[in-house]
Design a protein around this ligand. Structure first.
Ligand SMILES: Cc1ncc(COP(=O)(O)O)c(C=O)c1O
Length: 403
């Protein structure tokens, strides 16, 4: 793994200039082979898909569909179950807007969620009149499964839950939650934005109904994401957007939508981006998701261990690194998190995120940190040296504040 990481870092921005990038939960860096795959499309076979019958059009269609097959294999789905979207946010909106909610229904979500899996449901509550139920967390920030169970009943249309928190890095027991949902006849949407890039996610094993994730957090380009829809459910999910490419037939006053992914991919899709995502998935698959997860686990343990020892640092989330992914939120000695992030950047060339990370309910009501937190997030191209640099820089900064 070390030699692979070393050669990858040579082609990524920041590292070769001495910067330390610790903001991959926000967006990951893009390996050269991903950029090359997109350039090849633009230079060699730049044509629209699913339309033309000439060589380049057929080749572009083939490459786009090949990317869909790679995504499907990556999460153990069928290609027909994979919808290309813009990002996780769009994927969750498609599910929320496309299901037929009524006033008697309720939706269960949690305090761990990113706004993209939270306010979308609040909005559905407003426009469809159904109630939104929020499951709580334990004192470490893990999902309180008893609280979740108490909110689910026969009127729960969907449980929408993240698999990994984008603030605390905690993982949720999706299989257990799917069982609870099935006992009540409810659907489960998994927000995989922070899990799919970092661990093996198998939709057949999870048995979830929907899975949303973003290409740009897994070495792919921006502008491409994925919505997995379990076989059979597409019939019950209206598309968010219609137009060219989605119809089987059109008459003067009616139309018939296609079946399968095309139903949800109106207009010209992000072709180069899908091909780029396919290349990113080949890279991740070649390395092996289990290997990536194990490597990141080692870095996470060191990060938590190191930060716990720095005086004046308040760490959020479980201390036991095996319970979490490489996303660690903290605060420094009552300092504004943005000030800490600016100092890390300016004095130590370390890039971290600061603020509420699109998770205001979690910061306000659970962490009691309404001004936010500093968040360091890792990916497999980080090293132990990156972790050590962050800890040393914080240690120095805190001495500076105190003196
Ligand atoms: C857990 C989680 N869900 C959803 C999103 C939204 O992802 P995107 O901005 O790619 O739509 C993010 C982004 O950080 C996230 O961390």
């Amino acid at each position: 793994m070390e030699s692979l990481v070393k050669s990858l870092r040579e082609e990524l921005p920041f590292f070769k200039d001495g910067y330390v990038y610790l903001d991959s939960a926000s967006t990951s860096l893009t390996p050269k082979l991903v950029i090359d795959a997109m350039i090849e499309y633009y230079k060699e076979y730049r044509a629209n898909i699913g339309r033309g019958v000439y060589y380049a059009a057929k080749f572009a269609t083939y490459a786009y569909e090949e990317a869909r097959e790679k995504v499907a294999k990556f999460i153990n789905a069928k290609p027909e179950e994979i919808i290309f979207v813009k990002n996780s946010t769009e994927a969750i909106n498609i599910v929320a807007r496309g299901l037929n909610f009524n006033r008697e229904d309720n939706i269960v979500t949690t305090l761990l969620e990113h706004h993209s899996n939270y306010i979308i449901w609040l909005n559905i509550g407003k426009i469809r009149g159904c109630s939104i139920r929020i499951a709580g967390l334990d004192e470490e920030g893990n999902i309180d499964i008893e609280s979740l169970i108490s909110h689910v009943d026969k009127k729960t249309k969907i449980i929408a839950i993240t698999q990994t928190s984008n603030v605390l890095g905690v993982k949720t027991p999706i299989k257990e939650i799917v069982k609870i949902a099935q006992e009540n006849g409810s659907l489960v949407l998994v927000d995989g934005a922070q899990s799919v890039p970092h661990m093996k996610v198998d939709v057949r094993d999870l048995n979830c109904d929907f899975l949303a994730f973003s290409g740009h957090k897994m070495c792919g380009p921006t502008g491409i994401g994925v919505l997995y829809i379990k076989e059979g459910l597409q019939e019950h999910l209206e598309p968010l957007c219609i137009g060219g490419g989605v119809v089987e037939d059109v008459n003067l006053d009616d139309y018939i939508l296609k079946k399968g992914p095309a139903k949800y991919e109106a207009g010209t899709p992000p072709i180069a981006e899908a091909i780029g995502l396919g290349a990113a998935i080949s890279l991740l698959s070649n390395i092996g998701m289990d290997r990536i997860e194990a490597y990141e686990q080692i870095l996470t343990e060191k990060l938590i261990e190191g930060l716990s020892k720095v005086e004046k640092i308040k760490l959020y989330g479980p201390r036991d690194a095996s319970k979490r992914a490489g996303i660690v939120a903290f605060n420094v000695n009552e300092k504004d998190p943005h000030d800490v992030a600016v100092m890390l950047d300016e004095r130590a060339k370390i890039m971290v995120r600061s603020g509420c990370h699109c998770a205001l309910p979690l910061h306000k009501y659970v962490l009691k940190a309404p001004n936010g937190t500093v968040r360091a997030s890792l990916y497999f191209y980080n090293t132990l040296d990156d972790v050590v640099k962050l800890i040393e820089a914080l240690d120095k900064m805190i001495n500076f504040f105190i003196s």
